[in-house]
Design a protein around this ligand. Structure first.
Ligand SMILES: [Zn+2]
Length: 144
């Protein structure tokens, strides 16, 4: 099995908990974009125990709260597919009305160009948030 999300050192990992870990997947197009990944190689939400479902939901809620508060996006996008990599992971993406894809989803067609300075500013703010997100995830995990 060659699963990139089963890696001991996934690219972009900024937090590792007992059951889940988090990756910074941001880039110039989507500057504030994280993934929350199950540590076990499971494909579907129904394969999580009720306790782990609750923990995952709390991590996702915490990430959304922190990203809304720190970055003031116009919308938060949550997505879970697993078609390319069938290892349970959620995408959380902060969206702005002037980003390159809005109102399309990030997998849809680009709508407009975005000034490099604006992308860089948002990317820097997102990178600055990562340590705070990691601390919040540890606090959330400690409740479970
Ligand atoms: Zn895997």
């Amino acid at each position: 099995m060659n699963c990139p999300l089963c890696s001991e050192k996934p690219i972009g990992e900024f937090w590792r908990g007992r059951h889940f870990y988090a990756i910074d997947a941001g880039n110039d197009d989507f500057p504030a974009y994280i993934r929350i990944v199950a540590r076990d190689h499971i494909a579907e939400m129904s394969m999580l125990s009720p306790a782990l479902k609750s923990e995952l939901r709390a991590l996702l809620d915490a990430a959304e709260e922190e990203m809304l508060a720190a970055l003031a996006p116009d919308k938060m996008n949550w997505a879970q597919f697993g078609n390319m990599v069938p290892h349970l992971h959620w995408h959380l993406i902060a969206r702005w009305k002037d980003d390159g894809w809005f109102p399309e989803c990030p997998w849809g067609p680009r709508q407009r160009p975005v000034a490099a300075e604006l992308s860089r500013k948002r990317r820097n703010e997102a990178l600055e948030l990562l340590p705070q997100l990691a601390q919040r995830f540890s606090e959330v995990e400690s409740r479970f």
